[in-house]
Design a protein around this ligand. Sequence first.
Ligand code: XMP
Length: 189
Amino acid sequence: MHDDVERILFSEQEILGGIDRVAAEVTEAYRGVDFTVVSVLKGSCVFASDLIRRIPIPLELAFVSAQSYREGTTSGELEVNYFPAGDEIEGRTLLLVDDILDTGRTLQALTDELTRRGARDVRSCVFLDKPSRRAVSFEADFKVFEVEDLFVVGYGLDYAGRYRNLPFVGGLRPEVLTSAAAGADRVDV
Ligand code: XMP
């Protein structure tokens, strides 16, 4: 286990089991439908790549890139700096895939903007859901796990840009979270 991680919340094996379950739900929901998985960079790249390989029906893949100005571990104002091309959105059925649903602001803003740009249907699938932190009334259509109100890293989730490559999800030691890296930050979601 990584020295900075205090405890593991979801092991690699638990994660892959959870993704199998959600991939089956997504497959049933979209069978016979032309749809595009839209991965929210950077955090969801690991989840999205495991998820799509367990969905055995035709799909397309696109990306959005968003950054949030946040103080330490609290998500703040969102800036979207990359959208798929217009013909990848207009009239399309989209499944937004994100690493974690926290306050809900990121997925709410992306859903609104994709709808405004002409998407036919926008649903969402998240790896983790922290319902206790919700600030807007947004719920994901598919989710793998719920987590308590704890800052988590691994499996795509970062702290100050690190830990995305851990194959499990864990909570950091408090002394790591209070280190100098916790200042105001512009972070990829
Ligand atoms: P909102 O609040 O918009 O936030 O739902 C979603 C984005 O906030 C980041 N986030 C986290 N990142 N561990 C992380 O590594 C966490 O516990 C955590 N909580 C929120 C993340 O970038 C997510 O896409």
